[in-house]
Design a protein around this ligand. Structure first.
Ligand code: ASP
Ligand code: MG
Length: 421
């Protein structure tokens, strides 16, 4: 008998029919003799609809009340799912985040899990019931208030419960078959990855792959939880996200996956005096706005002017704040002007095999050159290379790079009109 945590995302419990389908699947696992803990998201677009509603009432809702409101979404799906399972003759009990012992810090809207004491969940399992837990939520001991973990937080709830209950596996059910070598909607010959290390998964998620949330992968890596990403629409094996040790047994391809990210913009600070302290000043100004920057490039300055340009990328939605802060600091820093470019795309190739393989960069750049695609910025980590291109060439770039690294499969990937959530 194993203990299995199963997480179902919003698209898997979007309506009554889907809830009944998911209930059947859970009952099958229970009947096979396993203990089952289920984590659910809110039905379909409920969270977005609730957010919308709140903004209609007041432009900037209070964080405490917003969390109260949003957590209602998961309460609806957990209760309906418990009813559906009971309807199939298996006992089931639903729990809110607080009932399930998800203790967080007090940050409304982006709380961090500080402790998990799933006593009632354990008792429910011991009584033979399936335990259903509302994802994405917890409570703070000091304030006694309900909190949420941030968008997509149910993945983290599932992994945290799996760690606390010492589950054998944390299954994340979604509407795609697993993690792919590239987005199948962009690269029809993309292949499902059978095993990927958490390290590679983190890089892919950070580079724009949306199938798993970064925080959940980080939590899993730290606590040694095995994640199995799979479809709730079929019984196929999905993708196992494993620790680095388990990853070693598999023969590693050099590149595991290619991803594209169209969510970033580029800011260029033009004519920066090339003297010590200027980069520090620029990035202190940006850091004070709480904006996360990604890639940075500084040009070589021409000796005649003693000026250089510094470019960096950041989420599109943060560009305005950063531009405003830099403009205000212009007299102090003494640069010439600012440029804002939101027509960029970022392509990343990720693979643990890259560590022991020279020539990956050359191969990547050659593939882009042959397709006539210009590279504007480059950054690397041990197991990732990212390049910035024009936004309208990034999908083509993903396709040629996918082919160049031999990732194309023989068949076309099946996409169930999935969102990957
Ligand atoms: N319902 C929340 C959201 O849409 C949490 C989740 O789906 O994981 O962000
Ligand atoms: Mg959702």
């Amino acid at each position: 008998m194993s203990l299995i945590v199963q997480k179902f995302g919003g698209s898997s419990v979007a309506d009554a029919e889907s809830i009944k389908r998911v209930a059947k699947r859970i009952v099958e696992t229970r009947k096979a003799g396993h203990e089952v803990v289920v984590v659910v998201s809110a039905m379909g677009d409920t969270t977005d609809e609730l957010l919308d509603l709140a903004e209609q009432v007041v432009p900037v809702p209070s964080g405490r009340e917003l969390d109260m409101l949003l957590t209602a979404g998961e309460r609806i799906s957990m209760a309906l799912l418990a009813m559906a399972i009971k309807g199939l003759g298996i006992d089931a009990l639903s729990f809110t985040g607080s009932q399930a012992g998800m203790v967080t810090d007090a940050r409304h809207g982006s709380a961090r899990i500080v402790e998990v004491s799933p006593k009632r969940v354990r008792e429910a399992l011991d009584s033979g019931a399936v335990a259903i837990v509302a994802g994405f939520q917890g409570f703070n001991r000091l304030t006694g208030d309900i909190t949420t973990l941030g968008r997509g937080g149910s993945d983290t709830t599932a992994v945290a419960l799996a760690a606390a209950l010492d589950a054998d596996v944390c299954e994340i059910y979604t509407d795609v078959d697993g993690v792919f070598t590239a987005d199948p909607r962009v690269v029809p010959t993309a292949r499902k990855i059978d095993r990927i290390t958490s390290e590679e998964m983190l890089e892919l998620a950070a580079a724009g792959a949306k199938v798993l949330y970064i925080r959940a992968v980080e939590y899993a890596r730290r606590h040694g939880v095995t994640i199995h990403v799979r479809s709730s629409f079929n019984n196929n094996e999905g993708t196992l996200v494993v620790g680095p040790k388990e990853g070693e047994i598999v023969e590693e391809p050099i590149i595991t996956g290619v991803s594209a990210d169209l969510s970033e913009a580029k800011i260029t600070v033009v004519g920066v005096p090339d003297i010590p302290g200027k980069a520090a000043q620029i990035f202190t100004v940006v850091a004070n706005t709480n904006v996360n920057i990604d890639m940075i490039v500084q040009n070589v300055s021409t000796a005649s002017t003693g000026l250089t340009d510094i470019s960096f990328t950041l989420p599109k939605s943060d560009a305005e704040v950063a531009m405003t802060a830099l403009t205000a600091a212009q007299p102090d820093i003494g640069f010439a002007s600012l440029q804002h470019d939101d027509q960029i795309g970022k392509l990343s190739v990720v693979g643990a095999g890259m560590r022991t393989n020279a020539g990956v960069t050359a191969k990547l750049f050659t593939a882009l050159f042959e397709a006539g695609i210009n590279i504007e910025m480059i950054s690397t980590s041990e197991i990732r290379i990212s390049v910035v291109t024009r936004a309208d060439t990034v999908n083509e770039a993903v396709r040629v790079v996918h082919t160049a690294f031999g990732l194309d499969g023989d068949t076309e990937a099946i996409v169930h009109a999935g969102t990957g959530r």
